[in-house]
Design a protein. Structure first.
Ligand code: HEA
Ligand code: HEA
Ligand code: CUA
Ligand SMILES: [Cu+2]
Lengths: 329, 286, 553
């Protein structure tokens, strides 16, 4: 912001002189033009002075930048992966990972219901971080370039497919911090917010333990036999947060970019092909691989849901155990 | 600055016909690439481009031969051709830049070296090498083998370098009024160009069918064909231009003083030659 | 005026008194018939004034098309929530707006002015390569028809921003992308050939006695701009060719899986892209440097330093490209290097601003429409320059990058910057083109409405950007609502004011107050020595000049 004020001052001086000439030296006041058109001394002066000002600006900027680039000695490493259009967070070495998608209901976006306070800046699973610890972010992407941005942390780093970028922060006060994806990443670029929940250190540690236990529980959950009802219920939720962005809430998609799933040969036909495309995606199309994004239960649920929703009514279901089996191959 | 008189041509249909030709060539190629049809439109466009150029240049030749051009006009053509070659140079610079970037930055990063070495987390099994035989992701297979610079490429280098020499001899001949010499050496140059293209054709066939070195073979294959392919295209164009010059030499279009068309062709050819040296060094040898 | 289709301009030879014989035109091109009329005149023309007019009309059309797209954007952003368009169409509008304004409106406008004015300002009979000139122009409508037609194709038009970063523009792009690439190829060829022509003209066709350092600054700035164009358009062509291959032939230049890098695309793009933004501002500097002395009735202050400043800006523009990429994770040294070089560009640019003000200082200033636009240019461009400088500070740019602060920055340098300079130039030279002054009252209305509109549109964007609003989004959080509403209102005000401009031009072409050869008191350059309106053929006999002025024999 100091730069801003420096600019304001220069502006005032420069435009001041300009305004003065415009008022004093106007033809309508009978001004007679002078004839000077060169003055080496003043020209050198107004080359040197800006140089000095710039130098003064550059020194602190360099120091800050160096500091921002030093991501070493972090206490916690988070791998942040951009997906069209959600974020996935992995707590490296902790075996905890989850995705974080926009939670604002469609109705608010389409103006059919009142917009909430955090319209477009709310997610289902916020990233949870401890305060007072140096947290390193390793940003990357599974598809196109995204950019992970939380203004309050001063962190904006592009998430580039196939490469990893580093950034870091140390949070001082607990609370909720909000940001957004800051690189055009396709249709729903405007709808992939970042929400960070900063907890006091002890609370964070508790949270992490609980989260780990949860992950293990869901793993064993995947082993049991599920009924159609439960799968449908869970699947509907997963579908709405993840798949509906492209295939639309009613499954109709938006051909030709995004195919309709209603009556689709894959969805109503060969189960294996269906599982395949959801787990592995289809290279060269926006249809991403969801193997790493969703848990076996969620995968089974969403596949089951697609096969039975919107009049597809195949009556077929797939067990999480089957998916888990296939994932481990 | 001016001396003499400056010729300003009349209205002409060639430019607008040229625009239509270029337009149909581009649109045709687009439809062909995207929908796999309308290759004919692309072909007709290309043909039309060549016809328009022939017609356009015929007008220019007529004007030139009827003495409408003076030294100043000649300089306009020189500036025009010079800057055109500069633009071509920048076109190749983009490709060379890409090559250097990939080799010095991207691959080491993917392998865990340098400022962005954390990237290696994503590619634990990858080792950087050039030529890149094993791209980071297993779904993309690299070349099985690459071409040795000391066989066909070396031969091609010798061919092109000698073609620059034969062309210079032809030019000197023209300047001294030895039309015969000019004709023979120019014919030799065209011949060398054709030989170069033949060898490159053989090399491509080898690479594609026996070495697994294709456009899809990771970034090595990509840069290899990008650079050599666009260079080959320029050799083709250059050879055609020289062939036209040969016809004009035979027809006696050039005088010892006025033969800028020939010189322009020679500039172009030397430029193509120089690019090849860069290519030979950085695509094949190092 | 002679109705000959071909004429040989006979130069009154400056040296040696050998004046070439008078050639009758018919003898050279017997059998071509009379000069074509109607549509054919424009299709076949080789006259720099005709071609200049074509460029200007084309550019104005594109300004309106691109402007309507901007209004679509602003309508959608008037309020939070999705009202008018869906996100995928919104992205196409953003992309097309940027592309059309940059490649269709601003650049052709400058080329049009160059075509019209450079031969007049250097005393040349025409451009050096007139047929090529016609070719360069007519490529543009083809390129932009193709570009616009992608909107109607299956999957829609380009939706990845005017910077089309891979892989959003390759693997994840709509099928129409190949057509988009070809249209850019065509536009690029047009620019390169146009630039070659301009360089050849300036270097070779100056009137006898006119040295380089006698040339008007518009000519100088265009010479340097043309050099930039020839240096960087081919790089863009190379980059999009690589995209084409990635899309259609399975190469992996921009794909890490095959050993490439998406960021490589950005390096190539911005190596073109940054010089490109100076391509859009240097000729504007030239126009302002013509207008300010005229209406201050005082010689331009620091002519030589203006030339050197332009040259250094051009050279430095090759060394700053990665300031658009501060957030992609460049190594620290690169980040620092590009930060310093970018900041340095403020110095020569500052020299220009100071020179203009020193020219006005102790002049005898009057405020005709060209001068109003030129003054507004200086002030508002400087504001845009300051915000550019804030963006140049890398650690600060992490915060501003890809927010509306950037949108505010570049619209300040482009709209009240480049576009205002074009408007100033049009007002300045309209009397030369039509023989009539533009309507004074309407022009002033146009000016004031534009100034108010443009600032109402783009000033609030600084604040929405600082408050954290990302760019290229069709919908936004509630705290940005007020700023956006203001911007949208301003956009409509500014947009509709441009209809006034249209009215002024049409009126001026039809009639009005007659202008003498030298339409503005205080104007000194060569174009003011030929009659208004300038006849179709001028300087068939090149004038003898000294110190940039005609010496009458
Ligand atoms: C005409 C076009 C134009 C011009 C002239 C400029 C001029 C400048 N631009 Fe701008 N810029 C754009 C068009 C332009 N820009 C566009 C289109 C983009 C966005 C592209 C996209 O992403 O879509 C962009 C983006 C852009 C960025 C990237 C932002 C981001 O994406 O994060 C940066 C960062 O450094 C930047 C910096 C500058 C600087 C330092 C100048 C300097 O040249 C300005 C120099 C001028 C002054 C400083 C004012 C006058 C000087 C004085 C009065 C002297 C005294 C002053 C001091 C010493 C402070 N510009
Ligand atoms: C080069 C010049 C240029 C010009 C002149 C403009 C002019 C305008 N621009 Fe833009 N703009 C860019 C270059 C330019 N722009 C670029 C490069 C981008 C980045 C794109 C990207 O992100 O990829 C951009 C992006 C951009 C955005 C951000 C979009 C986003 O991030 O999602 C916005 C938002 O408000 C905007 C608005 C405007 C407005 C309101 C105008 C106004 O000045 C327009 C004025 C309007 C008119 C001149 C129209 C007049 C017509 C009428 C009044 C209609 C009459 C009706 C009939 C005849 C039927 N522009
Ligand atoms: Cu993800 Cu924008
Ligand atoms: Cu820039």
């Amino acid at each position: 912001m100091t730069i801003f004020w420096i600019c304001v001052i220069i502006g005032v001086v420069v435009f001041g002189i300009m305004g003065y000439s415009m008022i004093r030296h106007r033809k309508s006041r009978g001004a007679i033009p002078a004839t000077f058109h060169e003055n080496t001394r003043i020209e050198i002066l107004w080359t040197i002075i800006p140089l000095v000002i710039l130098f003064v600006m550059a020194v602190p900027a360099t120091a800050t930048l160096k500091d921002m680039y030093d991501a070493s000695e972090s206490a916690l490493d988070i791998k942040v992966t951009g997906h069209q259009w959600r974020w996935q967070y992995e707590y490296l070495g902790e075996n905890v990972a989850f995705t974080s998608s926009l939670a604002t209901p469609r109705e608010q976006i389409n103006n059919t219901s009142e917009k909430g306070e955090h319209y477009l800046l709310e997610v289902d699973n916020p990233l949870v971080l401890p305060i007072n610890r140096k947290v390193r972010f390793l940003t990357t992407s599974a598809d196109v370039i995204h950019s992970w941005w939380v203004p309050d942390f001063g962190v904006k780093k592009d998430a580039i497919p196939g490469f990893i970028n580093e950034a870091w922060t140390r949070i001082d006060t607990p609370g909720t911090y909000r940001g957004q994806c800051a690189e055009l990443c396709g249709k729903d670029h405007g709808f992939m917010p970042v929400v960070v929940q900063a907890l006091p250190e002890a609370e964070f540690d508790e949270w992490l333990v609980a989260r780990k236990a949860e992950a293990e529980a869901s793993l064993s959950d995947a082993g049991r036999d599920w009924g159609l009802e439960e799968l449908m219920e869970k699947g509907e939720k997963t579908y709405a947060t993840i798949c509906a962005a492209c295939h639309q809430p009613n499954g109709q998609g938006m051909p030709p970019a995004f195919p309709s799933l209603v009556g689709s040969a894959i969805v109503t036909g060969d189960m294996q092909a269906h599982i395949d495309i959801v787990i592995n995606g289809k290279a060269g199309t926006p249809m991403a691989a969801f193997a790493d994004v969703l848990s076996p239960v969620e995968l089974a649920a969403v596949i089951t849901y697609e096969r039975n929703a919107w009049g597809n009514d195949t009556g077929e279901l797939v067990q999480p155990a089957v998916i888990k089996e296939q994932l481990s191959q | 600055m001016s001396s003499g008189s400056y010729y300003v041509p009349a209205h002409s249909a060639w430019p607008i016909l040229g625009v239509l030709a270029v337009g149909s060539m581009m649109v045709g190629t687009g439809i062909w690439m995207v929908h796999g049809s309308a290759a004919w439109l692309s072909g007709i466009g290309l043909l039309a481009v060549m016809l328009v150029m022939a017609g356009w240049f015929r007008d220019v030749i007529h004007e030139s031969m009827s003495g409408l051009y003076d030294d100043q006009m000649d300089r306009s053509f020189r500036w025009g051709m010079g800057w055109f070659i500069f633009s071509e140079l920048m076109f190749f610079a983009a490709f060379f830049g890409a090559l250097f970037y990939v080799r010095t930055f991207a691959l080491p990063w993917l392998d865990g070296e340098g400022a962005k070495g954390v990237t290696a987390l994503l590619w634990p099994d990858f080792t950087a090498s050039w030529p890149l035989m094993n791209p980071p992701d297993a779904s993309i297979s690299g070349p099985k083998e690459v071409l040795s610079p000391w066989q066909l490429p070396l031969a091609n280098t010798l061919l092109l370098v000698s073609s620059s020499i034969t062309l210079t001899v032809a030019h000197e001949g023209l300047k001294m009024g030895y039309r015969r010499t000019a004709r023979n050496w120019l014919a030799g140059t065209v011949g060398l160009g054709v030989c170069f293209l033949t060898l490159q054709g053989i090399e491509y066939y080898e690479a594609w069918h026996h070495l697994g070195l294709t456009l899809q073979a990771g970034v090595y294959g990509g840069t290899f064909f990008l650079l050599t392919g666009f260079h080959g295209l320029h050799v083709t164009i250059g050879t055609l231009i020289l062939a036209v010059m040969l016809v004009r030499v035979i027809r006696g279009h050039f005088s010892t003083e006025h033969h800028f068309a020939f010189e322009a062709a020679a500039w172009y050819w030397h430029f193509v030659d120089a690019v090849w040296i860069g290519l030979f060094l950085f695509v094949y040898v190092f | 005026m002679a109705s000959d289709k071909s004429h040989k301009a006979v130069l009154q030879a400056s040296e040696g008194g050998t004046s070439g014989g008078e050639y009758s035109s018919a003898s050279q091109h017997a059998g071509h018939g009379a000069a074509p009329r109607g549509m054919m005149r424009w299709l076949l023309t080789t006259n720099h004034k005709d071609i200049g007019t074509l460029y200007l009309i084309f550019s104005l059309t594109m300004l309106f098309i691109g402007g309507i797209m901007a209004l679509v954007i602003r309508t959608e952003l008037f309020q939070p929530g999705l009202q008018m368009v869906q996100p995928e169409f919104f992205n196409q509008m953003t992309t097309m707006h940027g592309l059309i304004m940059v490649f269709g409106a601003i650049m052709p406008a400058f080329t049009g002015l160059a075509n019209w004015m450079i031969p007049l300002q250097i005393g040349a009979p025409d451009m050096a390569l007139p047929r090529l000139n016609n070719f360069s122009f007519w490529l543009l409508p083809v390129a932009f028809l193709l570009l616009l037609s992608t909107l109607l194709m299956e999957g829609g038009g380009p939706n990845f921003g005017w910077t089309f970063y891979a892989p959003l523009s390759t693997t994840y792009a709509p099928p129409s992308t190949s057509f988009f690439i070809f249209s850019l190829h065509i536009a690029g060829i047009s620019s390169i050939l146009g630039a070659i022509n301009i360089i050849a003209t300036i270097l070779n066709l100056r009137a006898p006695g006119m040295r380089m350092m006698d040339m008007p600054l518009f000519v100088w700035t265009w010479l340097i701009t043309a050099f930039l164009l020839i240096a960087v358009m081919p790089v863009l062509a190379g980059a999009i060719t690589m995209m084409l291959f990635d899309i259609n032939f399975g190469t992996s230049y921009f794909n890490a899986a095959g050993g490439g890098d998406p960021v490589l695309f950005q390096h190539l793009f911005w190596f073109f892209g940054h010089p490109e933004v100076y391509i859009m501002i240097l000729p504007a500097f030239g126009i302002v440097s013509a207008i300010v002395p005229t209406f201050s009735r005082k010689r331009l202050f620091g002519y030589a330093s203006m030339v050197y400043a332009t040259g250094s800006i051009a050279i430095m523009s090759f060394l700053v490209w990665a300031h658009h990429m501060f957030a992609v994770g460049l190594p620290l040294v690169a980040e620092l290097f590009f930060m310093y070089t970018t900041m340095l560009i403020a110095v020569p640019t500052g020299v220009k601003v100071f020179n203009w003000i020193a020219t006005m200082f102790r002049g005898s200033i009057s405020f005709e429409p060209p001068m109003l636009f030129a003054i507004a240019f200086i002030v508002q461009f400087t504001i845009g320059g300051f915000s550019g400088l804030m963006l140049a500070i890398a650690p600060a740019d992490f915060q501003y990058h890809d927010t509306y602060f950037v949108v505010a920055h570049f619209h300040y340098v482009l709209v009240p910057g480049a576009l205002f300079a074009i408007l100033a130039g049009v007002y300045y030279w309209l009397p030369k083109w039509t023989g009539f002054y533009p309507h004074e009252g309407l022009s002033k209305w146009h000016f004031w409405l534009s100034v108010v509109g443009v600032n109402l549109t783009f000033f609030p964007m600084h604040f929405s950007g600082l408050a954290g609003m990302p760019r290229r989004i069709p919908d936004y959080a509630l705290q940005f609502a007020d700023f956006n509403m203001l911007s949208s209102l301003g956009a409509f005000l500014f947009g509709f004011s441009q209809l006034l401009f249209l009215v002024v031009i049409i009126k001026c072409a039809r009639g009005g107050v007659r202008a003498p050869a030298c339409a503005w008191e205080g104007a000194v350059d060569l174009e003011w020595s030929v009659p208004s309106p300038a006849p179709l053929h001028t300087f068939e006999v090149p004038p003898q000049t000294r110190d940039g002025q005609i010496v009458r024999p």
